[in-house]
Write a protein that binds this ligand. Structure first.
Ligand code: ARG
Length: 467
């Protein structure tokens, strides 16, 4: 039910059995060249490896392989110079490049597709692209980890409030808080490394789905393209998109981490908190309110997970229930991954810049650390240690003391000894030594705890790892 005229000619690449071209709308829904042209470098690398292997195996002549290799390099320059005539009639990047090759070198160009299919071709191109993105993510994460580590080092023993439920919980150190992100990002990094390792098998040579009758050498092409080995099952090779899903999953978890710190930045940079000052480079002003310095970059980073997780869900939904092997549904994989990868790399770069520029307000952090009865747990622990109270009872006594201080609008250290003793007569003046925040953080020396000495050990460990 369409008025659009069919495009005149049948497809020059596969149109042997077709007498008419596709409907214009068919072309619009079918063509992927608008986005998969991003795979041009990978497509050319894959084709060059394939042609060299065909010649080495005596499947095509050395002369033809040379012409193909050179022709592909010329096309690479053409694309990079923005002079390549991409055309939707030729559907995708694979057919566009192959047709152009034949246009340039004639007959030999038509021999390139021997023992190969677009199904294994797109699988290898896309894997190469995603593999490269894993490397970029790993590099970006390493840079961001270094930025957090530098912050940790600068303020290893600065005190700040630690929160649960965004309510003051116990004092912690700035260095400890920064290192929490180093840990999170390290897990992200290992997820990308792990995914990269698993995806590093070459599907080229699986051909359409069943392998090929030509005596190809899949080990040779795998090696030429930097893969560890060829994939072992041709059906799986052309139908698998786990590598993209793993990349997206790792990207989603990473973007979730970025969004958590972004949220902290939004809160911390507000006039009510003033924990940190963001530099002008990462903030914007308001067109009406002259006093404003908005944390836009942080807000956008908080939002990026939305589209990255969206892409992840989209690709899972595309792949769900697809019978083996390749189905055109799978062409819907690329835009999702492109968008997610672009936004992840942008997010990592922006966060690295923001963390590098961020100035913590040490005095404000210290004042906040001491407020909100943050050393109540220290008081309870002291009642256990010094007076031998069972912890539950100590908890109860401390709760009564907090209520007393709150009623008077003061913090725990401002209560007098007499007031304390009215709640529990055995309390001595020694209690005041545990109510200071510096003491509090210094006492938390358990492994992984917030004590500056523990934090400095972790800083040293990360410095050794990150160089
Ligand atoms: N453009 C296609 C894609 O991205 C390439 C593979 C096409 N294969 C096919 N049998 N039509 O999935």
């Amino acid at each position: 039910m369409t008025d659009s005229p069919p495009s005149k000619a049948a497809n020059q690449m596969w149109g042997g059995r077709f007498s008419a071209g596709p409907d214009a709308i068919m072309q619009a829904i079918n063509a992927s060249i608008g986005f998969d042209q991003r795979l041009y470098a990978q497509d050319i690398a894959g084709s060059r490896a394939h042609a060299a292997m065909l010649a080495a195996q005596g499947i095509i002549s050395n002369k033809d392989a040379e012409a193909i290799g050179e022709g592909l390099l010329a096309i690479l320059s053409e694309i990079e110079a923005g002079q390549f005539p991409f055309t939707p009639e030729l559907e995708d990047i694979h057919l566009n490049i192959e047709a152009r090759l034949t246009e340039r070198i004639g007959e030999a160009g038509k021999r390139l597709h021997t023992g190969r299919s677009r199904n294994d071709q797109v699988a290898v191109d896309f894997r190469l692209w995603v593999r490269d993105q894993c490397d970029q993510a790993i590099a970006g994460l390493t840079g961001l980890m270094r930025a957090f580590l530098a912050q940790a080092e600068a303020g290893a023993d600065w005190v700040m409030p630690g929160f649960t439920h965004l309510q003051t919980a116990q004092p912690v150190t700035w260095g400890h808080h920064m290192l929490a992100y180093v840990e999170m990002l390290a897990r992200d990094r290992s997820r990308f490394e792990d995914a990269r390792r698993r995806m590093n098998e070459c599907p080229l040579g699986a051909a359409a789905l069943a392998g090929t009758s030509f005596p190809i050498d899949r080990h040779m092409t795998a090696k030429a393209l930097g893969f560890d080995r060829p994939t072992a099952n041709s059906l799986d090779s052309v139908s698998d998109r786990d590598f993209a899903l793993e990349f997206l999953s790792a990207a989603s978890i990473c973007a979730m981490h970025l969004s958590r710190f972004a949220e902290e930045l939004v809160i911390w940079s507000s006039a009510q908190f003033r924990f940190v000052r963001l530099s002008d480079r990462w903030t914007t002003g308001s067109s009406i309110m002259p006093q404003k310095k908005n944390p836009d970059a942080a807000e956008l980073l908080r939002a990026k997970l939305g589209r990255i997780l969206g892409a992840t869900v989209a690709l899972f939904t595309v792949m769900k229930g697809l019978a083996l092997t390749y189905s055109k549904d799978m062409q819907e994989d690329k835009e999702q991954v492109f968008d997610a990868a672009d936004n992840l790399m942008l997010g990592l770069a922006a966060m690295t810049g923001m963390v590098g520029d961020m100035a913590a307000n040490r005095e404000v952090l210290a004042a906040a650390a001491a407020s909100g009865f943050s050393t109540a747990t220290d008081l309870a622990d002291w009642l256990v240690r010094a007076l031998g109270l069972p912890f539950r009872e100590a908890h109860h006594v401390t709760g009564a003391l907090v209520a007393m201080a709150e009623a008077q609008g003061i913090d725990l250290p401002q209560l007098s000894l007499a007031q304390m003793q009215s709640v529990h007569p055995a309390i001595t003046a020694e209690v005041f030594s545990v109510l200071g925040v510096e003491n509090s953080v210094r006492s938390r020396t358990s492994y992984g705890g917030t004590a500056p000495e523990r934090v400095r050990e972790q800083i040293a460990r990360w410095k050794a790892i990150l160089g």
